[in-house]
Design a protein around this ligand. Structure first.
Ligand SMILES: *Cc1c(COP(=O)(O)O)cnc(C)c1O
Length: 425
């Protein structure tokens, strides 16, 4: 792609962009009275305008039908989880019976660990990337302690080589081989929240399986961002959140993926609740847990309908836009941001992009290591309307998302960057 640092180029790219019309379906926040340059979909996606209708519809169902809404009307709540399955399956690269929306991400991580981390005296180690998201670290630490083991002896953290910021697949695979039979589980991010690195989930899963370990991933930053093929990659399990790239609202519902080879394995330990119990038998209110087929068998509680309504409004937009189209634009848009940052910051030494250069090793986020100016650089950008985020100790994350960001957003940011480079030089 021959990018140019010019307004006319950015405008032309927007005109040619088949996804440009989706921008208008989202509500942009304001900073200092002007529409923000919103590059923070990695943390909280923008509100689709259709969310309000989706919520209103369920409020009306509730008002009109009250308890009858569980089994009556077009949206019968008893079957609500099924509505999101086609979109979730598409986004995850999975079969519909391998995915279900439920709970929140950290909760789901724990529930999946119950099933997929069952250490023995010989097979007990867990591989994770160093500097994993805190919730994932606390989850692993307390799961290991729950089994009476010592996290320091169990958890193997993968660190980049000296002088590097991201992990090499060959090093991940080598560590998996090294741990060998002792390895019980690889539990990594899909996309690392700090560096923006997209891991090779297929290669990692294959290596894990070769030593008889499970491979499960936290897709918080990959869901709705990277192209995923969880089923074909043979991934054992995964979970994600819906409020980052999936634009479903703060703290909204998470989901899980469990490979179909576990679909009919009632022997696999799990913490059960009535919503995972065989649908046909559920209201018999009898003893004896019979898990539903597939991922549904991991559900515990009856579905949060208002949460799902907001989630669905956003999933509908994903389906309309098409995930391959989104990914194509994403590669181009993030490439444009990368090009402009390199053009403008040049040899200034103020910042450095630590996210991999290869588009197949990243989603839409670029992580900028700030060498000079620290958080003042971030604050300066914010004053000019750029909403990204600052992550301690010294990274600014910028995520132009293909659904609602434009090439002009990236160009406008570049102008602000140019000013601040002069200021902090
Ligand atoms: C955002 C994020 C979380 C947040 O967990 P919640 O349970 O949704 O609060 C957890 N893990 C990772 C890797 C994340 O990026």
């Amino acid at each position: 792609m021959n990018y140019q640092y010019s307004e006319s180029f950015a405008l032309e790219m927007d005109q040619k962009d088949p996804l440009a019309k989706f921008r208008d379906q989202f509500i942009f926040p304001q900073v200092n009275g002007e529409e923000a340059i919103y590059f923070c979909g990695n943390s909280l996606g923008l509100q689709p305008k259709t969310v309000r209708n989706g919520l209103d519809r369920e409020l009306q169902n509730w008002a009109k039908m009250a308890v009858d809404g569980h089994f009556h009307g077009e949206d019968a709540w008893f079957y609500a989880k099924n509505k999101s399955k086609p979109a979730l399956a598409e986004i995850m690269g999975a079969h519909e019976h391998e995915v279900v929306a439920m709970n929140n991400l950290s909760v789901n991580l724990h529930l999946l660990m119950v099933s997929f981390y069952r250490p023995t005296s010989e097979k007990y180690k867990i591989i994770v990337e160093a500097g994993a998201f805190p919730s994932d670290q606390y989850m692993l630490e307390t799961q290991v302690k729950f089994h009476g083991l010592n996290p320091e002896e169990v958890i193997v953290e993968l660190k980049p080589r000296a002088g590097e910021h991201t992990l090499r697949t060959e090093d991940i695979v080598a560590e998996i081989k090294k741990q060998g039979d002792a390895l019980a589980l690889v539990n990594m991010a899909g996309i690392q929240y700090y560096s923006g690195q997209l891991f090779d989930l297929e290669a990692i899963t294959k290596a894990a399986h070769e030593v008889g370990a499970y491979a499960g991933f936290d897709l918080a930053h990959a869901a709705g961002n990277a192209l995923l093929k969880l089923h074909d990659w043979d991934v054992d399990f995964a979970t994600w959140c819906s409020y980052k790239y999936m634009n479903s609202g703060p703290g909204n519902i998470s989901g899980i993926y469990v490979h179909e080879r576990f679909a009919e394995r009632p022997d696999i330990p799990r913490f059960a609740g009535w919503w995972g119990h065989d649908e046909g038998q559920r209201f018999k209110m009898e003893k004896g847990f019979l898990p539903m087929f597939g991922a549904d068998g991991w559900q515990l509680a009856n579905t949060n309908i208002l949460a799902l309504a907001a989630h669905q409004a956003s999933l509908d937009i994903f389906m309309e836009a098409g995930i391959e189209n989104l990914r194509n634009k994403s590669v181009s848009l993030t490439g444009y941001l990368e090009y402009l940052i390199r053009e403008i910051s040049g040899e200034s030494g103020i910042l450095e992009i630590i996210t991999p250069e290869n588009p197949s090793e990243r989603g839409c986020q670029l992580s900028l290591l700030i060498h000079r100016g620290g958080k003042a650089v971030f604050d300066e950008w914010y004053q000019h309307g750029v909403v990204g985020d600052w992550r301690n100790p010294n990274v600014i994350r910028l995520a132009p998302t293909p659904l609602y960001n434009s090439y002009m957003d990236v160009f406008r940011f570049a102008k602000i960057l140019e000013q601040s480079i002069k200021k902090f030089a």
